[in-house]
Design a binder for this molecule. Structure first.
Ligand code: ATP
Length: 456
């Protein structure tokens, strides 16, 4: 494992990331023309490409590469008893205090404890209310009546959809333990403090996988999944020295957990949780058995039909939080002297080519003399396999910079030589190196470059 860094020293700041995200169409504030909606964000053209690619990569990692893991897409609205069984109605709370003077709201565990003891507001010095428990689940009503008989919750996590379908999936897909169920979907939490851009929001997406194992084998599987999740980030090309493990202490462990580790990432605002790997024991299935009255035990045909309640190892990642991590991780500023000007800087997003929103941009050197048409033809050929962009306006150096900022790993420039001998210039984002390549070989060349990509 790489040596741990004590503090963030990279070129990104949250202000730079937020402003680049807006400028280039990664992420916009929700309902901006109405002054914005707290805790909610919209993913623009580049953002949705990035988010979809991360989701696809995770999905492939979990399902395609593991014969014993299958997918699920459960609904967001579930029977309210689910949340009683899961413990969310009772326990999914944060301690909340309000300032009577400035009306600010704080999480009691996140403010200066000496001030809290004196009931003093950390913002204005005014008087704080008593600490009270605040449930993070969004509550609404289903059907025409608005009363307590038809309360329904927006799910605060995707995991419960998996537990309640565990028996269906065993029966329909003849799954044998150990096996897993993976799901990507929206989750909602009425977070008291939303800050740091898309890090903590009220509406977000999770990528969760629940792995059902025989009791007694859980510790081994827990360690296996820790290792697999760590290796996933290596594949993504993330700076590994920016990742570390954090084991939950006794006071941090959730009510259901036997053991829990977070993978933390060193964001510009410090080390923060990226995803969790949890050993949930038999808590979930036992509780659903108790609350639903249905038998969810597993009959192990490979072990003399032994009956037991499986233990669950969970890997729980935030998709939208991973988008933020990858924006921070990719962000770089570099002094370049390629135009003979020492003061020339570029901002470059060094995404792994397999997650970059645009894989290849096609740029005709000039619009005239048939170069634009030639470039469009090349784009048409490449877009069967890659997301492409086309840009014919401005000096070529300026166009490269625009693509660098969007994180496009490859640019193809079409010039007069292309007309003569069918070759194009392939320009690499990271090194800015340029090579001549026959246009007929481009698609194959890009495939190879993407597969063999190593971040310097
Ligand atoms: P935290 O302590 O940060 O509130 P948590 O420990 O409650 O998070 P989990 O319930 O384990 O988080 O959720 C799993 C993952 O879902 C987290 O690691 C994170 O990536 C993501 N996640 C949780 N809450 C949010 C949120 N409000 N906004 C964005 N992502 C979130």
């Amino acid at each position: 494992m790489a040596e741990e860094l004590s503090e963030y020293k990279g070129p990104a700041t949250m202000e730079k990331i937020t402003s680049l995200a807006k400028r280039r169409g990664f992420v916009f504030q929700s309902s901006e023309i109405y002054g914005g909606q707290n805790g909610a964000w919209d993913y623009g053209p580049l953002g949705i490409e990035l988010k979809n690619r991360i989701a696809r990569l995770w999905w492939k990692e979990m399902t395609q590469l593991h014969d014993e893991i299958v997918g699920l897409d459960a609904s967001i609205l579930m029977h309210p008893r689910v949340w009683e069984a899961s413990g969310h109605v009772e326990n999914f709370t944060d301690p909340l205090v309000d300032c009577k003077k400035c009306k600010n709201r704080f999480r009691a565990d996140q403010i200066d404890q000496a001030k809290l003891a004196k009931k003093e507001c950390p913002e204005c010095g005014g008087e704080l209310t008593e600490t009270r428990k605040f449930n993070l689940m969004f509550k609404t009503n289903i059907g025409a009546m608005e009363d307590s008989s038809n309360i329904i919750y927006l799910r605060p996590e995707t995991a419960q959809g998996i537990y309640v379908n565990y028996k269906n999936i065993i029966q329909s897909n003849r799954m044998k333990i150990p096996f897993g169920i993976a799901q990507i979907g929206k989750a909602f939490r009425n977070e008291i403090v939303t800050k740091n851009f898309i890090f903590r929001t009220c509406e977000f997406e999770q990528m969760e996988m629940q792995y059902f194992v025989k009791p007694g084998t859980d510790v081994e599987w827990f360690n296996t999944w820790k290792e697999r999740r760590w290796n996933y980030f290596k594949k993504l090309g993330v700076k590994m020295e920016y990742l570390r493990w954090h084991q939950h202490g006794k006071d941090e462990l959730a009510h259901y957990a036997k053991d829990a580790y977070d993978i933390e990432y060193l964001f510009p605002m410090g080390w923060k949780e990226l995803e969790g790997v949890h050993n949930r024991g038999d808590y979930d299935l036992s509780r659903h058995m108790q609350f639903s009255g249905k038998d969810l035990q597993y009959i192990d045909q490979d072990d003399n039909n032994a009956r037991y309640t499986p233990y669950i190892i969970e890997t729980s990642a935030g998709l939208t939080r991973e988008v933020l991590m990858l924006l921070c991780d990719a962000y770089d500023e570099e002094k370049v002297a390629d135009k003979g000007n020492d003061d020339d800087w570029r901002t470059v997003m060094r995404f792994h080519p397999s997650i970059a929103p645009i894989t290849v941009a096609i740029l005709p050197l000039m619009k005239k003399d048939g170069l634009a048409e030639l470039a469009q033809d090349i784009r048409t050929e490449l877009k069967e396999d890659y997301t492409t962009d086309y840009d014919q306006s401005g000096a070529i150096g300026r166009r490269y910079r625009r693509q660098d900022e969007a994180g496009t790993p490859f640019c193809v420039t079409v010039d007069y030589e292309t007309k003569e001998n069918g070759t194009v210039t392939l320009r690499y984002r990271d090194s800015m190196e340029q090579v001549r390549v026959p246009k007929a070989e481009l698609a194959e060349r890009l495939r190879k470059e993407i597969k063999e990509y190593k971040r310097k």
